[in-house]
Write a protein that binds this ligand. Structure first.
Ligand code: NAG
Ligand code: NAG
Ligand code: NAG
Length: 273
């Protein structure tokens, strides 16, 4: 009898346990593995449309966060815009390679991958943005041509409370990352690489931004590592490795009379610039 009773007790307890686990609210994000949503990792098919559709599904998801996952593999991508607003958090995890068209004219935008009007965005992963800049570097003549082509690798405009963590940006056609009107943004463990003689390949460029924190980041390019332009305040830059490149530039050439003051500080004196 005692034997049956204790067996019963164990059974009840385990049922209770199962019920408790099953009813625990999960706030795990819904995962959109791009390969399961129509993207092809063959390095040739243009995935722009698939990625835009995935973004729309992730952004309009009701009642939970979303995670867009780019697994290992090479995903060719024409120009894309990821536009909010979306109420949820979107995490964009890049473990594979996003490959840009080698001909800059095949990106019919001024930014290859552009995030706009989205708060609570997280870009992370061990993957690479490959800008394939070699073919367009000879066209970069901004030092003598003010209307030179403008084509950034990845851009953020009107984005708050967000971060980039861990990815590599390789051989941008022009600048690597552009930020415009971005507030409360962290950049950590990012690697930015282009040859020392590749023109106009700025690493990180900021205009009208505030509360930006850049840490543990390696930047080696053919132009400024970090360019802090008009209207940018409260930057905390620490443990940034810069070289080759033109270092950190603050302010622009002062041609624009409307220019706002720049206020930035560099912390903890561990730059190797
Ligand atoms: C982003 O932050 C700035 C500065 O705090 C604020 O003025 C702006 O309204 C915010 N934008 C959004 C869309 O939350
Ligand atoms: C940025 O980093 C700061 C300090 O490390 C942290 O308090 C803040 O929550 C981070 N913000 C985002 C959006 O990740
Ligand atoms: C920037 O991030 C570093 C590392 O997480 C942190 O120690 C520092 O306090 C942050 N700065 C600000 C202004 O939040």
């Amino acid at each position: 009898m005692t034997c049956i009773a204790s067996a019963f007790k164990v059974l009840c307890l385990s049922l209770l346990f199962v019920a408790a686990v099953a009813s625990r609210p999960t706030n795990r994000p819904k995962v959109f593995n791009v390969q399961r949503y129509g993207a092809k990792a063959n390095g040739k098919t243009d995935n722009a449309k698939a990625f835009t559709n995935i973004w729309k599904s992730a952004c309009t998801r009701k009642g939970g966060n979303s995670k867009i996952y780019v697994p290992k593999g090479t995903f060719y991508l024409g120009g894309v815009e990821f536009v909010g607003p979306c109420a949820n958090q979107i995490e964009f995890v890049i473990d594979g390679t996003l490959l840009a068209p080698s001909n800059p004219r095949d990106i019919k935008k001024d930014t290859w991958i552009h995030f706009r009007k989205k708060n609570n965005l997280i870009i992370s992963g061990a993957g690479t943005l490959d800008g394939q800049g070699k073919e367009s570097w000879p066209l970069n003549d901004c030092h003598k041509n003010p209307s030179c082509p403008k084509l950034a690798m990845m851009g953020f405009a009107f984005v708050n409370n967000s971060r980039i963590n861990g990815i590599t940006s390789l051989n941008s056609k022009m600048g690597h990352f552009n930020f415009f009107s971005v507030h409360h943004f962290n950049i950590t463990d990012v690697t930015i690489t282009a040859p020392g003689d590749s023109p106009n390949t700025d690493g990180l460029k900021f205009g009208f931004c505030s509360n930006i924190n850049i840490t543990k980041t390696h930047i080696g390019t053919g132009d400024d590592c970090i360019a802090i332009l008009s209207g940018t305040t409260n930057m905390d830059i620490s443990n940034v490795n810069c070289g080759p490149g033109h270092g950190i530039s603050v302010g622009s050439l002062g041609k624009n009379k409307e220019e706002k003051d720049v206020n930035a500080w560099l912390n903890r004196k561990r730059h190797s610039i």
